[in-house]
Design a protein around this ligand. Structure first.
Ligand code: AOF
Ligand code: ZN
Length: 371
């Protein structure tokens, strides 16, 4: 088997890995493919919840055929004792002849020891195949492990002339295919965040509404400095089903926002009680870095920032955006249109275009900043 076969099987392992993104908790969603004489004899992805790991399941599928086989794994097999013995030991015991991995595991309990166990047992080990794809597939896990914060995706929808809509009013920028893609994106995220401006003007529910994926709704977070989120909003009304966190702050994380009528609303005294009574959790924080560290500590590995312009700018200015998904519709927003902080023709140079996709008449541009 040559290099092209190695890539083909690793691509398959990566595809498996992406299937459970967002479902494995703080555990990475790893893909494993076991190949004997050019044929796949076992394959698996980390189970929802994080256990069992991919390799143990793939070895179980392969049975005796694993002897002398090659295992392709998107992450270095583990070397620590969890609910089961380490995957590295399981591969040794199964008599696998060669192991090809994409990435080494930054978990301090593993980090190189998994590969060492394999090598010491005389297994041929190669590491680093299709690393870029591997890093993308495991971005949330890697970011949380190495930086102590979630991997942040900023999603924006702009009109053909680069506007985000109008202040205080919901404007349809993209069509149903793009909206569907956004719902799939939500299903893969641990949490989704908007500013109070978006919450007030759009009254979004921020849940996943794709048949079969409804139970994958992420935690919903609103940056709401002065607790302006109305008790009758969809977010608050559904807070007992899907968690809502409102981030209040004594100092401003963002510039002041106003109610749609231009006032700043009532003082937040009783609103705190009302929100809490509806099942909303209130956190106090004035610093985005600290806030993201708290989210990571609570197990949030991937965060989708969905709007609006002020929040997007705050995250960009703080250097906290890892990926931008820019949907562009065909319509033009005329007078009163809100400027988008980034557009396809005005993108900070650290963000590189890695993908472009059509959703019906709309386009999606994906930009990534390496980490
Ligand atoms: C693997 N294969 O499929 C996954 C791995 O809580 P535990 O005991 O499951 O350990 C979590 C760690 O296991 C996680 O931080 C990462 O190092 C590794 N995940 N390893 O061999 C897998 N999901
Ligand atoms: Zn393992």
């Amino acid at each position: 088997m040559g290099a092209a076969d190695d890539r083909r099987f690793m691509a398959r392992a990566l595809e498996l890995s992406r299937r459970n993104t967002g479902l494995t908790g703080t555990n990475p969603s790893v893909g494993c493919v076991i190949v004997k004489d050019g044929e796949v004899v076992g394959e698996a992805v980390t189970a929802p919840g994080g256990r069992p790991h991919a390799e143990t399941q793939a070895l179980e599928n392969a049975g005796e055929k694993a002897r002398g086989a090659t295992a392709y794994v998107t992450l270095e097999p583990c070397s620590h004792y969890g609910r089961t013995p380490p995957c590295a030991n399981a591969l040794v015991e199964a008599g696998v002849a060669r192991v090809v991995v994409s990435l080494t595991d930054p978990d301090p309990r593993v980090s190189g020891r998994g590969l060492a166990i394999l090598r010491e047992a005389g297994i041929a080990v190669e590491s680093g195949l299709m690393q870029d794809e591997g890093r993308r597939a495991l971005a949330g896990y890697l970011m949380r492990q190495t930086r102590g914060r979630p991997y942040v995706t900023l999603k924006l929808a702009v009109s053909a002339n680069g506007k985000l809509g109008r202040r205080g009013e919901e404007v349809s920028i993209t069509g149903p295919d793009a909206r569907n893609a956004v719902h799939r994106l939500r299903a893969q995220s641990d949490a989704i965040l908007v500013g109070i401006g978006t919450a007030l003007s759009d009254d979004p529910e921020l849940t996943v509404r794709i048949p079969g994926l409804e139970d994958r709704s992420p935690v919903r977070i609103v940056l709401d400095r002065r607790l302006q989120l109305p008790p009758e909003s969809k977010l608050v009304r559904t807070a007992k089903d899907v968690p809502v966190i409102v981030v209040a702050s004594s100092r401003s994380i963002m510039p002041r926002s106003t109610m749609p009528d231009g006032t700043e609303g009532d003082e937040p005294v009783d609103r705190r009680k009302a929100l809490e009574g509806s099942g909303v959790e209130i956190m106090d924080s004035s610093d985005l870095d600290v806030l993201l560290a708290v989210f990571a500590a609570r197990g949030i590995s991937s965060l989708l920032v969905e709007g609006g312009a002020l929040v997007a700018k705050a995250f960009l200015d703080a250097g906290l955006v890892d990926r931008i998904l820019l949907f562009q519709g065909t319509g033009v927003v005329g007078t009163g249109g809100l400027e988008s902080p980034v557009t396809p023709s005005d993108m900070p140079q650290e963000f590189k275009l890695i993908r472009e996709e059509a959703f019906g008449p709309d386009r999606c541009f994906e930009y990534e900043r390496g980490f």
